[in-house]
Design a protein around this ligand. Sequence first.
Ligand SMILES: [Zn+2]
Length: 446
Amino acid sequence: MADLLITRGKIGTMDGQRRFIEDGAIAVEGNRIVAIGPTSEVTAAHQAARTIDASGKVVLPGFICTHGHMAATLSHNMPVDFSKFTKFTDMMEMWWWPQVEDQTLADDIYWATKFAAARMLKSGTTTIGDMLEAPSALPGALDHQARACDEAGIRAVLAFEATERTSKRLGQLAMEENRRFVLERNRPEARVTGRFACHTAYTAPPEMLRAARHYADETHAGLFIHVAEFPPFLTVERWGKPDPQVLEEAGFLGPDVLTIHCIHLTDADIDLWAQHDVKVAHTPMSNMLGGIGVAKIPQMLAKGITVGLGHDCFFTLEILEVMRAAYLLHKVAPTPNPANMIFFQALEMATINGAKALNLEREIGSLEVGKKADILITEDKCPTPVNAGTWMWYAVHDLSSADIQTVIVDGRVVVDDRQLTTMDEEEARRKSQEQAWALWKRAGVV
Ligand SMILES: [Zn+2]
């Protein structure tokens, strides 16, 4: 007997054939999909404790955000004078590091994550890859974040961002934090797991990169790192060569590495990425917000590089907005050509390629038997028919976060008729505002 049946929906699977089932059903047992197909066939073979009638609705795999900093949602709208930042490094050195990262404490992490998870779940994001930046909350920082994710019901891959920006000691503490967390959390059926993360090649010295690679090999946990968010002058100043060469020489690059931003990669760097099967987290909206450029995503896709999407938590927490931004941006940049980004490529980045970017494609990213049950049920508010020929267009052009009615993560209904079943959303919003105000005060901004 199954635990949950979804019947009579229009199912867009995102499986290998990008199959669409007109009158489809999904049976879920525990946290996995055990059957998917025509409603008549699935219901003949499966009964369940709960059945959701998805008549007139569209069923899709949960969206995947491959890069964010959930704790940093407390910096949204922080009243800082941006006119004094004339370049990206000013913003980091004068604002981000001293007034956000270094001021973030345990309760900030917990409530910001809880708020972010709620907002993401309700807008269809079922998995987040996150890099925590909060050296003042070490050790134990990841536990506050994991507790919030556990309670909210979101799937998460968490890592603490190791850096020697302020001291060697904090760098070591961060590495230990990741190692402890990965060893505690990475179990086959875990919903919240860990990774190793280094901030950048200019703030993490080669020995740290080598150590992170060693731990990732030892635990099979994978690696996160920001790369080429701005031209590599800092890395060249420090190590005599740009980030890609530093990373290659440290043995860091590989198919288990998710590199974030990748704006200022040369053609040779892109070839190097393809050669090592390095993955990319594309964050078009935060890149635009920081005025730092446009990644050569069409060129990367043409080379077969796996690209997922990230909202970075700096601005919106809704991945549909980021998907649409990426879809439109690359039609005009780096070179104007409407064929640079096709609708299905945008949807792939938000689903199956996001899963590949996190090395989770065997578990999530599409609706298939054996995969984890991370499922969205959306109201069909499209002005034209949603069918086998149009459903991927619909998801990219017409679907709004407000149409997402039911969200299932790991077989559990976490959003039921637009209400979170796992947590008190209003409490998280209220506490998040309180924590933000206290943090801004500590930072001397208000
Ligand atoms: Zn980031």
